[in-house]
Design a protein around this ligand. Structure first.
Ligand SMILES: N[C@@H](CCC[C@H](N)C(=O)O)C(=O)O
Length: 284
């Protein structure tokens, strides 16, 4: 190194949803949206779908807290695949002793269970379906809603996993118009804070395929909170059971939602890709 200011990072992914993880414990400053965008640039930066920061916990009993930024620099409230990577990072660091520990996430505590071989199960909280929870501007809560996108009436359900999700059931994810309907629905004024749009194909009561057009990142190879939201919406309609394998383009997540008042548990893989030093002065 030349003595230039740098930022140490870990590059990780969970089922292909890729992350830069920054260790900000000890009170190091959080990235500005501009720095998040610079790091997230896939040509001039490192590239990621989400940036996760690991920070000192504010809650008693939590090992650490994490915060989330999308590739466009916007803040997010939850990231299921990223939370598994934070858990793996803290275990490798030695900060999380044992196989069960608690992380502090923007919406509240997340209980982690290490399953071995880089797999983690996380209790991500109870899904919420009230329009105000997303927020979604609607007169009353319904099992499904309909909005016009590009002159087409699109039907969907909604769920909040701390972050907002709309879930469309489609006959075949391979031919679903993710790149057109995803941004179209996301931009509707009824979602004043945007929305992650999931396209779900039911294969069996315990298996679905899912593609997600994420807020702030576009279509990703996997979305953990999106998988939880899709199962929650479909289970309430009786389309799937309470234990569902969710096949995403980058891998499979296992979602369990024992009952309407229970938290949703998501299990899936994590991987370390590389460690690096981002040059700050040139790129901020
Ligand atoms: N990939 C994530 C979700 C990341 C945040 C999302 N784009 C938002 O803005 O809410 C996941 O695995 O849950």
């Amino acid at each position: 190194m030349t003595g230039a200011a740098t930022l140490r990072f870990s590059k990780m992914h969970g089922a292909g949803n890729d992350f830069v993880v920054l260790d900000l414990r000890g009170g190091r400053p959080a990235p500005t949206p501009a720095l998040a965008r610079a790091l997230g640039d896939r040509h001039a930066g490192v590239g990621f779908d989400q940036l996760l920061t690991i920070e000192d916990p504010g809650q008693a009993g939590a090992v650490a807290r994490y915060r989330i930024w999308n590739a466009d620099g916007s803040a997010a409230q939850q990231c299921g695949n990223g939370a598994r990577c934070v858990a793996a990072w803290l275990q490798r660091d030695g900060a999380a002793a044992g196989d069960a520990f608690v992380l502090e996430a923007p919406p509240g505590p997340v209980t982690v269970q290490a399953l071995g071989a880089g797999r983690y199960a996380l209790a991500l909280g109870r899904p919420r379906f009230e329009p105000a929870d997303l927020p979604f501007l609607a007169d009353a809560a319904q099992a499904s809603y309909r909005l016009d996108v590009d002159g087409e009436a699109v039907g969907f359900g909604i769920a909040s996993m701390g972050n907002p999700h709309a879930v469309l059931e489609v006959p075949d994810v391979a031919t679903a118009e993710v790149g057109r309907l995803g941004p179209g629905l996301q931009a509707r004024a009824e979602f004043p804070e945007g929305v992650n749009v999931g396209f779900a194909q039911v294969l069996a009561p315990d298996r679905i395929r899912l593609r997600v057009y994420e807020r702030g990142a576009g279509e990703t190879l996997a979305c953990g909170s999106g998988a939880c939201a899709a199962v929650a919406v479909l289970a309430r309609r009786g389309r799937v059971g309470r234990h569902v394998f969710v096949e995403l383009p980058g891998g499979t997540l296992e979602i369990t939602w024992p009952g309407d008042d229970s938290p949703v548990t998501m299990a899936g893989p994590t991987a370390f890709v590389f460690e690096g030093d981002f040059l700050l002065e040139q790129n901020e």
